[in-house]
Design a protein around this ligand. Structure first.
Ligand code: IMP
Ligand code: MG
Length: 180
């Protein structure tokens, strides 16, 4: 598997130390709050598991399974919620945990959806951000890494449901790295 990808874009070591920092920051920011961490599956599963263990606070874990709808998504940003939260979030402090913010459409959609449930606060934490691809100006409070405009896999991220278990982040087609 490793041979398919050349050099990691983000190594396991870099991932580990950045997630530790994020955990400290979140621990500091959420003192005395009622933190509910909402993982967006499937992509966020690996990041989520590492991040939650880097946070030294009482935390409620919960998840949403979403599927983007390829044909409509580009226009509307509509994503299909396949499995919703199990917890009541009214009056609580939601931290939405994403794998990657690309156009921003998914995060915008989920933010709108969750806001309707009247949480006390709602912030976004993403492992990766591709600023060059942003179509919507979403406010992302916690960002692991800003990356260039390449399609990446590993560490939870997939290409056609494969490579999620790659333990580091890699560019899918390293030969295409210079192409747009
Ligand atoms: P957005 O709605 O355009 O921000 O896209 C977010 C979703 O697209 C992510 O949650 C991923 O599922 C997927 N995605 C975007 N870029 C990549 C990538 O480089 N690799 C894998 N999945 C990606
Ligand atoms: Mg995702």
């Amino acid at each position: 598997m490793t041979q398919l990808f050349g050099k990691p874009l983000v190594t396991q070591e870099a991932m580990r130390s950045r997630i530790k920092e994020l955990g400290k920051e979140i621990t500091h920011d959420y003192q005395s709050q009622d933190l509910v961490m909402v993982g967006v599956l499937k992509g966020a599963f690996a990041f989520y598991a590492d991040l939650v263990r880097a946070i030294r606070l009482p935390v409620t874990v919960d998840f949403m399974i979403v599927k983007s709808q390829p044909n409509q998504r580009k226009l509307s940003g509509k994503v299909k919620v396949v499995t919703d939260l199990t917890e009541e979030v009214k009056g609580r402090d939601i931290l939405l945990v994403e794998d990657i913010v690309d156009s921003g459409l998914t995060v915008q959609y989920l933010t709108k959806l969750l806001s309707k449930r009247k949480p006390r606060s709602l912030r976004i934490c993403t492992l990766l951000s591709k600023p060059a691809r942003r179509q919507i100006d979403v406010n992302v409070e916690y960002i692991g890494f800003e990356i260039p405009n390449h399609y990446v896999v590993g560490y939870g991220l997939d290409y056609q449901q494969q490579y999620r278990n790659l333990p580091y982040l890699a560019v899918l087609d390293p030969k295409g790295m210079d192409a747009e």
